[in-house]
Design a protein around this ligand. Structure first.
Ligand code: SF4
Length: 81
């Protein structure tokens, strides 16, 4: 079982539920500085998520076809999915 990954980026908190990830890479294509695929073709955080602007991060997470990416804002409100 793949371990989930959670990261605070700016005001956003992003969770990758790795067992849900099907590895098509939509998030990676949209924000390669924030997401990459590991050896099992599951998303992990890439080298520099902080370099990606907020709207792009939200869009990248919104693109996930299986809702493996959850985003909360600074108030703890869930934005995605
Ligand atoms: S968009 Fe979703 S399913 Fe596709 S690689 Fe990213 S986390 Fe995985």
């Amino acid at each position: 079982m793949a371990e989930d990954a959670k990261l605070k980026i700016g005001g956003l908190t992003i969770l990758i539920e790795r067992d849900l990830c099907v590895g098509f890479g939509d998030c990676v294509s949209e924000a390669p500085d924030a997401f990459q695929l590991d050896d099992n073709d599951q998303a992990v955080f890439a080298a520099n998520p902080a370099a990606v602007d907020r709207e792009k991060l939200i869009k990248a997470c919104e693109l996930c076809p299986v809702d493996a990416l959850t985003v909360w804002d600074e108030e703890g409100r869930q934005l995605i999915p």
